[in-house]
Design a protein around this ligand. Structure first.
Ligand SMILES: Nc1ncnc2c1ncn2[C@@H]1O[C@H](COP(=O)(O)OP(=O)(O)OP(=O)(O)O)[C@@H](O)[C@H]1O
Ligand SMILES: [Mg+2]
Length: 358
């Protein structure tokens, strides 16, 4: 039973990460976004992955679970956070999408729409009937275009099967999927807004790290690799011979603090140095290829909350780094102030999704 009177005007951003499902509800109030609600669901061993020996193990990757379990997880968040809104923008993880920037002659938008699929074939490594194409013109020429006017186009493709799967999942959870978006595009909206300067976003999640170069508000180059917070926890557990739970606790408490008793430091250093190395390599590749300087480094993702992490990263990288703040343009209750930094870093993709116009 639903009377429109009680229906929330809010919009949900749903980010199904490898280690957790994150939901944010934003409402637009007088031109500004307001945080209405949020919730997170982590799959733990107890209810779905009991190993033979009785020892529970962490789910390796939520996206590999059957749809039914993901639906159940989403419903749990909705229930616990008492979320009533049903309009959803969801993200597709970068590893299952394709994105690039191409240049094409520009006469008119209609003309471009006609010729784009032919051009796209050259760049997209799978048959076009297996993907859903999306594109936007980065800068529409301000004056009357002529035959030699070229424009940059952001081109994205998502496997059709994946889009159908997300539709089924959201429907199963009683929600309306209004748009599906690339994870990195949501991240860019939440962190950069209208800022057009060349930036690198380093997103360190549970299972993976992505390094995304953004210029004029669009992803230009991205590099994903399979090391994230979970590998770091495992490394601490191994070298100190403690449980994963204990290692996770130490990671969050001690982080990279330069103190004598910080025995976990060395267990993490080589993995973090690798993240720095991958970041530097991606920046250099871009700067050399485009002959353009990256002016800013932003860190996001759960792991960046670790004590002294940003400091260590900055020292190793040899460039100034900043912590990205997805809630910078969002109004939230003052009671959340002490935890907003952590919230912002974990929910950054979900915030960007909920900000999308539908
Ligand atoms: N305060 C903290 N200190 C250190 N690490 C933290 C903290 N909070 C969360 N993490 C770590 O962040 C990781 C999860 O980050 P995040 O929520 O960004 O991942 P995800 O989006 O689910 O995963 P992925 O992006 O790989 O799909 C976990 O490894 C967790 O241990
Ligand atoms: Mg993530």
């Amino acid at each position: 039973m639903a009377f429109n009177l009680f229906k929330s005007k809010g919009k949900l951003g749903i980010d199904i990460g490898t280690s957790a499902i994150k939901i944010v509800e934003l409402e637009k109030e007088g031109g500004r976004f307001a945080l209405k609600n949020y919730g997170l669901f982590e799959f733990k061993g107890s209810n779905n992955t009991q190993q033979a020996g009785g020892e529970s193990k962490q789910v390796q990757n939520i996206l590999k679970l059957p749809d039914g379990e993901i639906i159940w997880g989403i419903k749990e968040v909705l229930k616990k956070a008492k979320i009533k809104a049903t309009n959803v923008v969801a993200s597709i993880p970068s590893f299952s999408t394709f994105a690039t920037v191409i240049e094409m002659p520009y006469l008119s938008e209609q003309d471009l729409a006609k010729s784009l699929p032919f051009e796209a074939r050259k760049y997209i490594p799978v048959p076009l009937n297996e993907v859903v194409l999306d594109w936007s013109i980065i800068d529409v020429p301000p004056v009357q275009a002529n035959k030699s006017t070229m424009v940059e186009i952001f081109l994205a493709a998502v496997p059709r099967d994946e889009t159908l799967r997300y539709q089924r999942i959201m429907q199963g959870a009683g929600l309306h999927l209004r748009a599906l978006e690339l994870e990195n595009s949501a991240l860019i909206r939440a962190l950069l807004g209208n800022d057009l300067s060349p930036t690198v976003i380093v997103n360190i999640g549970g299972r993976s790290t992505s390094v995304v170069i953004v210029n004029r508000g669009y992803e230009r180059l991205s590099h994903n690799y399979e090391v994230g917070g979970f590998e770091i926890t495992k490394s601490i557990a191994r070298s100190l011979n403690v449980s994963l739970e204990k290692a996770e606790e130490l990671k969050k408490k001690m982080g990279m603090k330069e103190v004598d008793e910080n025995v976990i430091n060395s267990a993490m250093k080589s993995l973090i140095d690798m993240m720095v190395f991958e970041t530097r390599k991606t920046i250099t590749n871009y700067e050399e290829a485009k002959n353009q300087k990256i002016s800013r480094v932003l860190l996001v993702g759960g792991l960046t909350n670790m004590p002294s992490f940003a400091n260590y990263f900055q020292q190793k990288l040899g460039r100034e780094v900043f912590t990205g703040n997805a809630l910078a343009r969002v109004v939230y209750p003052q009671t959340l102030a002490p935890v907003t930094q952590e919230l912002a870093s974990i929910f950054s993709v979900a915030v960007g999704l909920a900000m999308r116009e539908i």
